[in-house]
Ligand binder design. Structure first.
Ligand code: ARG
Length: 723
């Protein structure tokens, strides 16, 4: 009897172990097996409390924030918590040199002081399985035909399930690489206001040096609120009027200020953007050999020139901060991804699995040539991969050139017999876009970027892939092509002569637009030389590669599921920026031999890292004073006798999850997820269950910043604290 129980317990733990904490589960497909495992790990809520489309459930508190992040509702009046880096551009836009909320922080002391933004958020109403409808219409189609048909079926379902009058938008997402299709029905709310944010020195403490790293000490949070029309319906774009009222929330998360222990249950809800866990070995090799190093090299140059100007002048810092942060974030990510992919030989691991697949596929016509066909698709595309990266991250990495490229539609219209009214419309749109472009434009850094990337393109890209005649002309007019000075002179000329940067010239063009003037503009000439060369010769090769890649990827996954049906039962779909839940534990880890990382950081570490006047590690005087005095109030951790700043969990998340709630077994908020750790930066392509950690800001630190540092007790009072 005892023995039976023991084997039972043993086999149960084996199941739990093999499921590790990998997995971004669809709330709709949360099978009994996964749910039971969550309960075993510490979940106390019923399935219905998690996801129900007929009555309020936890999923109603989880939102898409601003189109690329996650947020959560934390009060009955629609208050939102998300990350500081998710609110960053809204906070920067609300700031001026006189009221610099990015630098100094901001808390509305009543609703009247909350600041309108351009943001919108989306609530998920329901998820529908539309696999049959899509697959029926795709019967027998392959390649480009299939891609086209799939897009049109998806568009028609989205249209049928949408309703403009209620801001209801439907997105059909291909899951399991297009083996299944689910419709996600959202309602969008436009009137979103800024309620509060800590100073940047807290919200982005550690800057790019600490980004993607543990141990961490960042207060990465910001606070917003959803407003609705007086009848409770969502405002439309531009309808942020004073008559609007705070949203009456369907569900909101209570906030726990109880202590955390190593091993505590944690679940994270949110919108992971993309993963590719069944990428082929060929894809891994393309990333490590070409795509990632190219991106990193070009971003290195762009970031350097931006930073040079940001250092000189606080107004430029404010102007470029948001764009700099997002370029820097994925610069470090892709650099780290390459290093980890190589270190753990992910290529070799994929290759070994592909050998196994090939053995199984022998004699099965649908699969036996799949991997060799896939290899060929990659080798056909590989010679042009660098060119594509240099177009996207280099040539269009100059903001002026990216804007100039966008004028090519206008050129088309001017070249054709277009009715005057349509031309006028296009000119008006271009003038509006030019205005927005100029607000973000820093000429000195952009000019340096343009010179640098033009030189890099010349040095690094095959001569026969360069725009015909372009560099020859450059040499004749400006000098030797191996000399930096040549490119500097050229860039200076473009910037001093283009009408894009000259109001008088632009207005004259806008009053009497003609194709010749546009084509002779030096910035437009530059942009269109590169773009036309790329689109006429290489864009279609990329499209073909893409179509093949997705077709072979879909078949590969189909094959893997057929090869091991038991495993298929336990598979989760790759991230597609759709709502997912991941579960795991608060947990320490060992990044390398003889090093053990604790699962929390404390205020002691904040003071250790503090460097007065530093760009990344400075702190507000009041913060130092309060921390030194150990004035932690009710937010103190009784075990550590200190203020806990950040903690780590084993949850499986990725970019898009930023701002996601970290929730305990009872459905209470314990933190906000804001980053992943360096040792697991290959997580998009391969999940490492020993090393992968999610970095979270402890909710008690968030509340301490609001209450003690910010004095915003009005915000604390609105929350439901669980002590
Ligand atoms: N790595 C974080 C993410 O992608 C962003 C952190 C922002 N902080 C920064 N220093 N750039 O979600």
């Amino acid at each position: 009897m005892r023995k039976i129980i023991l084997t039972l317990i043993l086999s149960l733990t084996l199941v739990a172990k093999s499921m590790a904490d990998e997995g971004m589960w669809l709330p709709l497909l949360l099978g009994q097996q996964v749910y039971n495992d969550m309960v075993k790990k510490g979940l106390k809520l019923t399935k219905d409390q998690l996801y129900n489309i007929n009555k309020a459930s936890l999923k109603d508190a989880i939102i898409i924030f601003g189109g690329g992040c996650t947020g959560e509702i934390v009060s009955a009046q629609g208050m939102i918590f998300t990350n500081h880096h998710c609110g960053y551009s809204a906070i920067a836009s609300a700031s001026t040199m006189e009221h610099n909320y990015l630098r100094d922080g901001f808390y509305a002391s009543n609703k009247g002081e909350e600041i309108k933004t351009n943001l919108s958020v989306q609530f998920l109403l329901r998820i529908d399985d539309v696999t049959k409808e899509v697959n029926d219409s795709l019967q027998g189609l392959t390649g480009a035909e299939r891609v086209k048909k799939q897009a049109s079926v998806i568009a028609s379902i989205s249209k049928r399930m949408g309703d403009d009058s209620k801001n209801i938008e439907t997105v059909v997402s291909p899951l399991f690489k297009g083996n299944q299709f689910f419709a996600f029905v959202y309602q969008r709310y436009f009137d979103i206001r800024l309620v509060g944010a800590p100073p940047e020195s807290v919200g982005k403490f550690g800057g790019d040096t600490d980004n993607w790293e543990w141990p961490r000490h960042t207060g990465d949070f910001s606070i917003f609120r959803v407003y609705t029309k007086p009848d409770g319906s969502p405002a439309k774009r531009g309808e942020s009027t004073d008559a609007n009222i705070p949203m009456k929330a369907k569900w909101y998360l209570p906030v726990s200020i109880k202590p955390l222990k190593d091993g505590d249950f944690s679940m994270i809800w949110g919108y992971p953007g993309s993963t590719n866990r069944y990428e082929s070995s060929y894809g891994i090799k393309l990333a490590t050999d070409i795509n990632n190093p190219s991106l990193v090299k070009l971003r290195d140059a762009r970031l350097k020139y931006m930073f040079d100007e940001m250092k000189k002048d606080p107004a430029i810092k404010l102007q470029l901060a948001s764009s700099y942060a997002s370029i820097a974030n994925y610069w470090k990510f892709y650099d780290g991804e390459t290093k980890q992919l190589l270190k753990y030989d992910i290529y070799g691991q994929k290759k070994a699995f592909e050998d196994k697949f090939n053995n199984w596929a022998k004699g099965k016509p649908e699969f036996e040539n799949l991997l060799s066909d896939w290899a060929k698709a990659y080798s056909d595309w590989k010679p042009y991969a660098k060119l594509r990266m240099y177009m996207n991250e280099g040539i269009n990495g100059s903001p002026l050139i990216a804007f100039a490229s966008s004028l090519s539609r206008l050129e088309d219209l001017l070249m054709k017999n277009t009715p005057q009214a349509d031309i006028q419309k296009a000119i008006d749109a271009a003038s509006a876009q030019r205005k927005a472009f100029l607000e973000g434009e820093n000429i000195v850094s952009d000019r340096n970027i343009l010179a640098a990337v033009t030189h890099l393109f010349y040095t690094d890209i095959e001569k026969d892939q360069q725009p015909v005649g372009f560099y020859g002309n450059l040499k004749q007019t400006y000098g030797a092509l191996d000399d930096d000075a040549t490119y500097k002179k050229y860039a200076a000329d473009i910037f001093s002569k283009t009408m894009i940067l000259d109001d008088a010239k632009w207005n004259a063009f806008a009053a009497k637009p003609d194709a010749g003037t546009l084509q002779n503009d030096p910035a437009f000439y530059y942009a269109s030389s590169f773009m036309k060369s790329y689109t006429s010769k290489y864009a279609s090769l990329f499209q073909q590669f893409n179509a093949k890649n997705s077709e072979y990827g879909r078949l590969y996954l189909k094959g893997i599921m057929e090869m091991d049906p038991a495993k298929a039962q336990k598979m989760y779909p790759d991230a597609t920026f759709t709502m997912r839940v991941s579960y795991g534990n608060v947990k320490s880890y060992e990044p390398r031999d003889a090093v053990k990382y604790d699962y929390v950081t404390t205020s002691k570490g904040v003071l250790e890292k503090y460097i007065p006047g530093d760009y990344e590690f400075d702190l507000p005087a009041k913060q130092i004073e309060l921390l030194k005095a150990k004035d932690f109030g009710q937010y103190i951790d009784p075990v550590r006798k200190d203020l806990v700043i950040n903690f780590i969990t084993t949850n499986d998340i990725t970019g898009g999850n930023s701002g996601s709630p970290v929730i305990n077994g009872k459905g209470e908020l314990i933190g906000l997820a804001f980053d992943g750790n360096y040792e697991a930066l290959s997580h998009k392509l391969a999940f490492d269950k020993n090393l992968n950690r999610t970095i979270c800001v402890d909710i008690r630190y968030v509340l301490w910043c609001i209450d003690k540092l910010g004095g915003a007790t009005n915000i604390i009072k609105e929350l439901k604290l669980m002590k």
